[in-house]
Design a protein. Structure first.
Ligand code: C2E
Ligand code: MG
Ligand code: MG
Ligand code: MG
Length: 290
């Protein structure tokens, strides 16, 4: 049983794991020890506001450098961490690390950025979750308004989980729907959920130059965000053409390899000082496509 990861790509690793439960058990045990073994690392990917011409936020992305198997993608080990429950501990570690790092950047740079941290629905089952988050904010000194939690849309979310999200909102934390448009009933979801932002999935962005339906999806999703008064950001933007199309159609917040790949904390400081002028030249040249 291959697990469906983002969009149309299938996870080879999960496929293997399903076939070989011994490997899975072994990996699970290893994953439990990954924190104390110092094998986990957070990398950061900038989010750009094209109209401002600046980085306005950063997404924290987890990496696992396995001692013998080398680098393992989060798309592969997060589902495993969720299954064996380690996600609660790992998620807390990521949140603390990311908030601490953002506070440090805020001390070093003039304009404060926001930090987005991916959240697993499983973390919301932990009844102390909201308390943990608010403790981490107090510990690190990061103001709640600079924290955003990204959660993949999930129709099966329980009332208690929704309540936890509402509590986060009350603390002043932003909530963003990750991979928007790829799952079911996105619209009713928006009615029930305390969300502030939509992340337009990269599978649609990929088809900007080739697929009429992807272009139609993007335009429809941007219009949904506008109607619901939500912020919107496109992910997985790799080319100038994609960026141009998005901006021309009202999505000026962009994340993707076109601007920056995920990078370590030291590289981020340099990226913050980088001029985006050249990459944003499309704003003033040529006619925008619609
Ligand atoms: P996501 O949150 O939707 O993150 C976006 C993924 O797209 C990241 O993959 C990022 O590296 C990749 N990406 C960014 N820009 C581009 C681009 O221009 N082109 C392409 N092809 N890819 C791009 P990554 O880092 O492998 O993470 C995969 C998924 O793993 C994430 O998807 C997220 O769902 C999950 N994840 C990562 N870190 C965490 C974490 O700390 N906690 C939880 N619960 N999940 C995490
Ligand atoms: Mg995300
Ligand atoms: Mg995504
Ligand atoms: Mg995802």
């Amino acid at each position: 049983i291959a697990k469906k990861v983002s969009g149309s790509s299938y996870s080879f690793f999960n496929e293997q794991m399903a076939m070989n439960s011994l490997t899975k058990l072994e990996m699970g045990n290893h994953l439990r020890q990954s924190l104390e073994r110092n094998e986990l690392e957070i990398v950061y990917q900038p989010q750009v506001d094209c109209h401002l011409g600046q980085i306005v936020g950063v997404e924290a992305l987890l990496r696992w450098n396995h001692t013998t198997k080398g680098y393992i993608s989060p798309a592969d080990f997060i589902p495993l961490a969720e299954e064996i429950g380690t996600i609660v501990e790992i998620g807390e570690w990521v949140l603390r690390g990311a908030c601490k790092q953002m506070k440090a950047w805020q001390r070093e740079t003039a304009t404060p950025l926001t930090i987005s941290v991916n959240l697993s629905v499983k973390q919301l089952n932990d009844e102390r979750f909201v308390e943990t988050v608010s403790r981490i904010l107090a510990e690190t000194g990061l103001e709640a308004k600079y924290l955003e939690m990204e959660i993949t849309e999930n129709v099966a979310m329980k009332d208690e989980q929704l309540d936890a999200l509402r509590c986060l909102r009350l603390l002043g934390i932003a909530i963003s729907v990750d991979d928007f448009g790829t799952h079911y009933s996105s619209l009713s979801y928006l009615k029930r959920f305390p969300v502030t932002k939509i992340k337009l999935d990269q599978s649609f962005v990929r088809g900007v130059q080739t697929d009429d339906k992807d272009r139609a999806m993007i335009i429809a999703i941007i219009s949904v965000a506008t109607s619901f008064q939500l912020k919107i950001i496109a992910e997985g933007v790799e080319t100038e053409e994609q960026a141009r199309f998005l901006v021309a159609n009202g999505c000026s917040h962009i994340q993707g390899f076109y601007f920056f790949r995920p990078m370590n904390a030291e590289q981020m400081l340099a990226a913050m000082q980088e001029s985006l002028q050249q990459k944003l030249a499309f704003l003033t040249t040529g006619t925008p496509r619609r």
